[in-house]
Design a protein around this ligand. Structure first.
Ligand code: GUN
Ligand code: ZN
Length: 440
């Protein structure tokens, strides 16, 4: 049995804060501690209380920094690490001109393996300990994704995209090969270690009705798997979808009519929704995913978080790299705050940090594994430093409470604010920095 005590200022959420005064929604300890046993949080409380339970266990003292659960990114594209920051286009042109050509390179197992390393290095650097990723259409890309996640013992969800039309040569499967490869990937990776497979029809435009039928079969045969796709991101996308699926009542009805909506379904973007679609989201329990930096970058539109929330719909929040412009969930919360401000929906920093951790875990149905510092959950823990740049230190000198500190992290923080990242109890950020310095 390996044990360690992590000491620091400690913050963990129990439910979504109703507002900034909702102090019962979280625990905050000025001198807190986590007792970690074999990668699992065994106890969480004040240092005074926990240290008497484990007097001989080695202590890592992170004070004055803040320990909280690792960030969870509920929508990201692994094969787009070299697409991020591609100029000038909105969704369909951006896909055709930049993204699809780049994704063809993931037919190579060697390229996929190299990029998987780079991708997970970025996640760790930015404090993201769990992500839900789209891989490319190639089985090789999903194999590389899960192999690297396994090597690092990270809780990762992902899947190869199903796409059999409206994409270049080398980037299409068929209904049958998409089905067969997904079956093999589920059997090779789902539930192995911390991996979860996600059935991933890319979006209505790139899947024929035959492929949607196969996706439905996969979903029926594997209720243990999540499902992810894209919904109503862009007006031209919506119009083209209506042409391709003329019988559908609206965009969401494409997925609904193939039985793809339920509590394990994640729908990226969900910006331009009809009233019937909102009703269907509420009825089925499917989860929209807000991707702020992407929605601004591609000029897609403003996500109506409060409107959906008022209907009892629970939304994820995510980077959507490579249309998203940062791997940082802090920067994602920053841009998210601004998008919601434009609609008169001021997101409190306590709500923001809950969303990126416990909230996203709850959207994934993984609240008992990740997203909090509760005993019995996996020790994916980050250490945040709100004075990590001179500008932040200057502002922090005038901050007088936790909410202000969190808001400074949210508006000004990035990977530099992430001091340490524990994955299953093992420190990975400083470890990988040391490795980079050695190999430089
Ligand atoms: N819709 C279908 N594929 C994609 C993608 O890769 N990125 C974004 N932002 N939207 C999509
Ligand atoms: Zn996406």
């Amino acid at each position: 049995m390996t044990q360690k005590l992590l000491r620091g200022r400690l913050l963990t959420f129990h439910r979504a804060p109703r507002n900034g005064e909702d102090t019962e929604s979280y625990t905050y300890l000025e001198d807190g501690a986590l007792l970690v046993r074999d990668g699992i949080i065994h106890a969480c409380g004040s240092f005074a209380e926990i240290s008497v339970q484990a007097p001989t266990v080695p202590v890592t003292d992170h004070r004055p920094h803040l320990m909280m659960a690792g960030f969870i990114d509920t929508h990201i594209h692994f094969p787009q690490v070299q697409v991020i920051a591609s100029w000038g286009a909105q969704l369909l042109d951006w896909l055709n001109n930049y993204t699809f050509p780049e994704e063809t390179r993931f037919a190579s197992a060697e390229h996929s393996a190299l990029m998987a390393k780079a991708f997970f290095d970025q996640l760790i650097a930015h404090g993201t300990t769990t992500a839900v990723a789209f891989c490319s259409v190639h089985k090789t890309s999903a194999d590389a994704f899960f192999a690297e996640a396994s090597r690092r013992n990270m809780r990762m969800l992902g899947g190869k995209v199903l796409m059999d039309r409206n994409a270049p040569d080398g980037l299409r499967d068929t209904p049958q090969t998409g089905y067969d490869e997904t079956k093999t990937l589920i059997s090779d990776w789902h539930g192995k270690g911390r991996n979860g497979y996600v059935i991933s029809p890319r979006f209505a435009i790139t899947s024929t009705p035959d492929q949607m039928t196969m996706a439905q079969t996969l979903a029926q045969e594997h209720p243990e798997c999540h499902i992810q796709t894209h919904l109503s991101e862009n007006r031209d996308e919506i119009a083209y979808t209506a042409e391709l699926y003329p019988q559908a009542r609206d965009y969401l009805d494409v997925y609904q009519s193939y039985g793809l909506l339920g509590g394990k379904t994640l729908l990226g973007h969900a910006i331009h929704l009809e009233p019937r679609e909102i009703d269907a989201l509420a009825e089925t329990g499917a989860h929209p995913v807000f991707c702020p930096t992407s929605n601004l970058f591609l000029g897609s539109g403003l996500f109506n978080n409060a409107g959906l929330h008022a209907r009892g719909i629970s939304n994820g929040i995510a980077t959507d790299v490579g249309a998203g412009t940062s791997y940082s969930m802090l920067q994602t919360l920053n841009e998210g705050y601004k998008i919601l401000q434009l609609q008169g929906q001021a997101l409190h920093p306590l709500q923001a940090f809950d969303w990126a951790t416990r909230g996203n875990a709850s959207v994934l149905g993984l609240e008992n594994q990740i997203g909090t510092l509760d005993p019995g959950t996996e020790a994916d823990v980050i250490v945040l430093n709100a004075t990590s740049t001179p500008a932040m230190a200057l502002r922090m000198a005038r901050a007088s409470n936790l909410a202000e500190e969190l808001f400074i992290l949210q508006m000004m923080g990035d990977d530099r604010a992430i001091e340490e990242v524990y994955v299953s109890g093992a420190p990975t950020k400083t470890a990988s920095l040391g490795h980079q310095l050695e190999s430089a």
